[in-house]
Design a protein around this ligand. Structure first.
Ligand code: DCP
Ligand code: MG
Length: 368
């Protein structure tokens, strides 16, 4: 980034709770403290997945979105706990209330994470690091939980920074350090780069920010679509996205632009399976389900179509999402088409309600 004379930088904090669901469980049940706790679907049920795991359980390799059966194999003495969404929601409301002592520019990303713009903080503290320290302390004092914070001049860098010293971390990345920081950053840490894109980048020999920086904006957009333009800027430390306090999540999805055009239904269906998995992971993370599934297809000539299907009740499971997307694709498929991009999104969320009293009779994690 070119440092401009007299340029005033924004002060952005990204806060993310540590091992959120698991920490709340350990806080409320002393017998869980210091133990490997897995929150999510139970391993004896079918299709149960891990929502999150305590740090003690992570040592065994247990991770979010992993099948609970696999988690049990990795750590046979792990304690499996069903989620109590009402408790997490209550903490979420409380941390937002703590944030609001310092600024009204709060953009929640999920129950446990938010961006704050503290460029002009309400208490005239001035130092974003000091504000982050105070917020972390208030979360400890009032909620008996820990959070990690990242402080920088834009959302992207603040978010990455919050992950650096987890748990109970605090990390500042200032304007002069951003570009060096971005150069060594692995591609999978870049915003919007999921597993599919990261794998594609690696196949292209792109492993770090420095590798991405060697590509022109045009090359990046050719390979990665609109996101390519974003990567071009971000790798130079430029992220002008505002902290949006009233942003409502209208849709959530994932898409992939392919290096080669796809021509057979089989290859397209295989890609849709991967994309559906990403969408499901995100829905789970944000505790959301939606009534409408939309398929997006872009052809080699840039013509684009979308097809959607709505359901009477909200859906969010992998099976329904991937089957619906494939069905929508089949009905619009003709032999002559060369497909460059496929995407799936979920919308029509209604109010996000997090219910605790859900029955977990199949062992499967249900979020509404
Ligand atoms: N979550 C989920 N399914 C996922 C990912 C997350 O249900 N695939 C839920 C459980 C997490 C919460 O969202 O506790 C917050 O997600 P994070 O990614 O912030 O993960 P944690 O807070 O658990 O851990 P970390 O300390 O790494 O932030
Ligand atoms: Mg977290």
């Amino acid at each position: 980034m070119e440092p401009e004379q007299n340029k005033t930088f924004r002060k952005i904090i990204h806060i993310d709770m540590d091992a959120f669901y698991a920490s709340v469980e350990q806080r409320d049940k002393p017998e869980y403290r210091g133990k490997p706790i897995v929150v999510g679907g139970l391993p004896e049920g079918r299709g149960g997945v891990v929502a999150t795991a305590s740090y003690e359980a992570r040592k065994f390799g247990i991770r979010s979105a992993m099948p609970s059966k696999k988690a049990l194999q990795l750590c046979p003495h792990a304690i499996f706990v069903r989620p109590r969404f009402a408790a997490y929601k209550e903490v979420s409301i409380h941390i937002r209330q703590i944030f609001s002592r310092y600024t009204d520019l709060i953009e929640p990303l999920s129950l446990d994470e938010a961006y704050l713009d503290v460029t002009n903080d309400k208490l005239n503290i001035g130092s974003a690091m000091e504000i982050a320290r105070q917020i972390k302390q208030a979360i400890k004092d009032e909620l008996k939980l820990t959070a990690s914070a990242g402080v920088s001049i834009n959302k992207f860098v603040a978010k990455i920074a919050s992950d650096i010293n987890k748990p109970d971390g605090l990390k500042f990345i200032g304007p002069s350090g951003i570009e060096t920081f971005m150069e060594v950053l692995p591609v999978e840490k870049f915003f919007g780069v999921g597993k599919v894109t990261a794998d594609k980048m690696k196949r292209m020999g792109l492993h770090t920010g420095a590798d991405l920086k060697n590509l022109s904006e045009k090359e990046l957009t050719t390979h990665f679509g609109k996101a390519g333009g974003f990567y071009y800027k971000i790798v130079r430390g430029i992220d002008d996205r505002e902290v949006q306090p009233h942003r409502e999540t209208k849709s959530m999805g994932a898409e992939d632009t392919f290096a080669y055009d796809l021509t057979t239904l089989d290859e397209m269906n295989a890609e849709l399976d991967k994309i559906a998995q990403l969408v499901t992971d995100r829905l789970l993370k944000y505790a959301m389900k939606g009534r409408t599934i939309t398929l997006k297809v872009k052809y080699h000539n840039f013509k684009q179509i979308t097809r959607n299907q709505s359901f009477a009740a909200p859906v969010g499971d992998l099976q329904t999402i991937s089957a619906t997307a494939k069905q929508l694709l089949t009905t619009s498929f003709t032999d002559q088409q060369r497909v460059r991009l496929l995407g799936i999104s979920i919308s029509n969320f209604g109010e996000v309600i997090v219910k605790e009293k859900e029955k977990f009779d199949t062992g499967q994690l249900k979020l509404f």
